[in-house]
Design a protein around this ligand. Structure first.
Ligand code: ITT
Ligand code: MG
Length: 224
């Protein structure tokens, strides 16, 4: 795929186990001391293999926060979207040996109790836009949530902090260019994401809503 930044698989550490409830990871619930940033204040190292995600994150965060990127092939566990992001973030921090930002995107169908959710990549790859529409044929309700969950870790051993953004829309037959994932079948206020220009999508997207929370947190950290 042209938007895939992955080059090769990287050896993975053993899975990290944790006992904390993920709700304590959300930034709105207080900042753990361990999350204080040091020299990485105006910079994040975004670990993703997805070039489209990277370009949206850069468009939204830069120039205030500079974004570097490493494309690592991170294992993604099964679980809730928060569990997936927390685990991904811990693995990334271990592999990189420093501060990291990761992100996991879910597409949740209201009629299907939020499935495919974190497994949307595999559904999209297997059955495509038409198949995803067909999954909802039996239901009147075509509502869907695009959910973006960023995880920031100050480094190995530092608990991830989560920033989540949600945009409600509906699933429609594909309209617009097929450059980025399921953009052509996710409609928000009459336009699919794919029919919007980049700036328009970045104003209302699940990703920009999550990044607004990250920016707010960074701003507080810088004045702390
Ligand atoms: O390396 P990572 O960051 O994990 O990148 P990825 O492409 O594997 O991404 P995810 O694991 O988060 O899987 C999400 C799927 O949804 C797609 N996707 C993510 N954000 C999207 C957006 O804003 N619009 C359309 N499709 C999107 C993406 O291409 C994947 O198929
Ligand atoms: Mg992925």
């Amino acid at each position: 795929m042209s938007n895939d930044l992955s080059h090769s698989s990287t050896s993975q550490p053993d899975p990290v186990t944790h006992t904390n409830s993920f709700s304590s990871h959300f930034h709105s619930q207080g900042l753990p001391q361990t999350a204080k940033m040091t020299e990485a204040r105006h910079q994040v190292n975004f670990i993703t293999g997805n070039a489209n995600k990277l370009s949206e994150v850069k468009a939204i965060l830069e120039p205030a926060i500079s974004v570097t990127n490493q494309s690592l092939d991170l294992v993604e566990i099964q679980g809730t979207l928060e569990e997936v992001t927390i685990d991904k973030c811990r693995r990334a921090a271990e592999l990189v040996g420093g501060p990291v930002l990761v992100e996991d995107t879910c597409l949740c169908f209201d009629a299907l109790q939020d499935l495919p959710g974190p497994y949307i990549k595999w559904f999209l790859g297997s059955i495509g836009h038409e198949g995803l529409n067909n999954m909802l044929l039996a239901y009147k309700d075509k509502g869907a949530k695009a959910v973006c969950t960023f995880g920031y870790s100050a480094g190995p051993g530092h608990e991830p902090i989560l920033f989540q953004g949600i945009t409600h829309g509906k699933i429609v037959p594909a309209r617009g260019p097929s450059n980025f994932g399921w953009d052509p079948i996710f409609e928000y206020e009459g336009k699919t994401y794919a029919e919007m220009d980049k700036a328009e999508k970045n104003k209302i997207s699940h990703r920009s809503r999550a990044l607004a929370k990250l920016q707010e947190w960074f701003a507080k950290e810088m004045t702390a």
